[in-house]
Design a protein around this ligand. Structure first.
Ligand code: MG
Length: 369
């Protein structure tokens, strides 16, 4: 497939931090295919299986975890990349890596770690994901991290505070100058949103915390359910949920493709450089943006802030807080060879962020409870 001129080209990467002895062409894989393969083989990637997305890992075998979430993001991202003639391998690599820096216990874990790290500048999960691939993975004889291409790292660092961006060289520039990342990075970001909105509806209904009736508050659901009801009269239960969710994903993807094509036509970028200096080009139409935001708000209020979810996550957050305090008092309980040259608070933060839900639980019961 020929890539569009504004896609990231295989041979035009801004490169890796460490020069590599084997040239990409000799391995038969493009730089971004190599990035994707390194991510899949990383330890942090395997840990995603035991990290909470919304529902704690042990609550049921069918709920999403960070691994299945990341696979769904990659699937949606790749499908859209193909339709837009963007670099599918790059979108896949970014999607698979985008949550590597997430703490155990979902947002509760992240908020708790952020609180603990307040005196030291806080905890940013996007930056943590970058640190995982830049130096926390230990797989190579010659360097720390996975030594990924600039464009993959750029996509992984979705947000970054101005302060942290200062220390990141070229990678931090766009947060200081207010420019955009590649279309592939913009796409991975929206694929993430499409994936979690839809799978959270599915998981929410599966868990019983959301009901099909209640979903009719959301216009996207209502419209698509009408279509499904007309096509399959009398359909109910799980198959109804799947059909409606499938329809919603389809119209979100379709809108995203069309609006992005429209913006590309208007802005007429001829290169990645043009893309970086343009307004965001991968986007929903205004109408779809409103509906997607309505759905997000609904999920926030009715699922993420559901008393049952809040109760589970409150415990989890307290566990992270206690672990942090424990390691501060007893740094010798950290593995002695884990980032020995870092400041203690940073070692603790890296260590806790890397934990799976069940490992954090085990450590908590071993050291504290
Ligand atoms: Mg995500």
């Amino acid at each position: 497939m020929k890539l569009a001129s504004y896609a990231v080209q295989e041979n035009a990467s801004l490169g890796r931090v460490h020069l590599e002895p084997v040239e990409p062409t000799q391995s038969g894989r493009s730089p971004f295919q190599r990035d994707r393969d390194r991510i899949i083989h990383s330890t942090a990637f395997r840990r995603l299986e035991y990290k909470t997305q919304v529902f704690l890992n042990h609550e049921g075998d069918h709920f999403r975890n960070r691994l299945t979430h990341s696979l769904e993001v990659a699937q949606i991202g790749r499908a859209v990349a193909r339709r837009l003639n963007l670099n599918e391998d790059l979108v896949e690599a970014i999607s698979l890596a985008h949550d590597l820096g997430h703490t155990p216990f979902g947002h509760a874990g992240q908020d708790a770690l952020n609180d603990c790290m307040k005196p030291y500048g806080g905890f940013e999960h996007n930056l943590q994901s970058l640190w995982v691939v830049d130096f926390l993975e230990e797989r190579y004889a010659l360097w720390d991290g996975l030594n990924l291409s600039f464009e993959t790292r750029e996509g992984i660092l979705k947000h970054c505070s101005q302060k942290n961006a200062q220390g990141l060289g070229l990678l931090g520039q766009r947060f200081i100058q207010g420019t955009q990342p590649s279309l592939e990075a913009q796409l991975a970001n929206l694929a993430d949103e499409i994936a979690y909105n839809n799978h959270d509806i599915d998981d929410g209904i599966r868990s019983g915390l959301l009901t099909i009736e209640q979903m009719s508050e959301v216009s996207l659901w209502r419209d698509q359910k009408d279509i499904v009801d007309k096509t399959f009269p009398g359909l109910n239960g799980r198959r109804l949920v799947y059909e409606v969710v499938r329809h919603i994903i389809h119209i979100l993807v379709d809108d995203l493709v069309k609006e992005t094509q429209r913006r590309i036509q208007l802005s007429n970028p001829l290169s990645v450089e043009d893309v970086r200096n343009a307004k965001p080009l991968v986007a929903f139409s205004e109408n779809m943006r409103e509906q997607a935001t309505e759905m997000k708000r609904f999920l926030f209020k009715n699922l993420y802030r559901h008393p049952q979810v809040s109760a589970m996550t409150k415990n989890a957050g307290e566990m992270i807080g206690s672990l942090f305090q424990h390691y501060e008092k007893h740094p010798t309980d950290l593995p002695f060879d884990f980032r020995p040259d870092d400041e203690t608070y940073r070692r603790i933060s890296h260590y806790i962020a890397g934990m799976t839900d069940r490992y954090a639980n085990k450590e908590f019961h071993k050291l504290i409870a």
